[in-house]
Design a protein around this ligand. Structure first.
Ligand code: SME
Length: 220
């Protein structure tokens, strides 16, 4: 995706702002008075606010700037952007899709997505990356074990992990974090795979656990 640079972003905002002023002026002329329907003012404000916050989200996440950011900086970006991107008016699929897309965009892991609890199995949910296994029994693979144990598993070398389920031969290391609802019940897991050995560390564990805590609150 092409992200507008700062100057273009500024002029785009200015153009939208001017369009709103034009619409307002037109309505003033139509109504032939200084009375502007409150709904129009509020619509314009909402449009402008939504447009600016959406542009901000996309502007900040510039592919050019990301490689130079440290892992911790990327997580700061993730948490703040996820909060502004999350839309309580939309459903869990829309919000999860944006959350997973954000992770992929910022970290560019080989595969990232969620598996959700469905009876005694985990069922593939929203993800980014190559097609993956659809059902994982409780206790099986890294995902099923993280669910059974109710704790994060960081796997430095998936080939050395007994029972690892290989959805792709490209995957070398993995992290799986349980997602809990506010009730404490496990909703599912977040799974991230990397093409590099020992890619995930204590920072990823702490930060992704925070991400999943927020996800769990939103899903509750
Ligand atoms: N490797 C996982 C299976 C899911 S894929 O990596 C997307 C596991 O062992 O549970």
């Amino acid at each position: 995706m092409r992200v507008p640079d700062k100057s273009k972003n500024y002029f785009e905002r200015l153009a939208v702002y001017n369009l709103h002023l034009f619409l307002l002026a037109n309505n003033l002329a139509i109504y032939d008075s200084f009375y502007v329907p409150a709904t129009l003012l509020s619509d314009c404000y909402q449009l402008f606010k939504n447009w600016v916050s959406f542009a901000d989200v996309n502007h900040e996440i510039s592919f050019d700037a990301l490689p130079s950011r440290t892992k911790s900086e990327k997580y700061v970006l993730l948490h703040s952007k996820w909060k502004s991107l999350y839309d309580p008016k939309s459903d869990s699929i829309s919000n999860l899709s944006n959350g997973i897309a954000l992770l992929k965009q910022i970290f560019d892991w080989w595969w990232v997505g969620v598996y959700r609890v469905n009876g005694m199995q985990l069922m593939l949910g929203v993800f980014q990356g190559p097609p993956a296994c659809t059902n994982i029994p409780k206790g099986k693979g890294v995902c099923g074990l993280a669910w059974e144990l109710g704790k994060t598993l960081v796997v430095e070398d998936v080939n050395a992990f007994p029972g690892h389920i290989a959805c792709s031969w490209e995957s070398k290391s993995e992290i799986v974090i349980p997602i809990r609802l506010e009730s404490g019940e496990i909703w599912g897991v977040l799974d991230a795979d990397s093409c590099f050995l020992s890619h995930f560390d204590a920072i990823d564990k702490i930060e992704l656990e925070e991400f999943c805590r927020n996800l769990g609150i939103f899903l509750s």
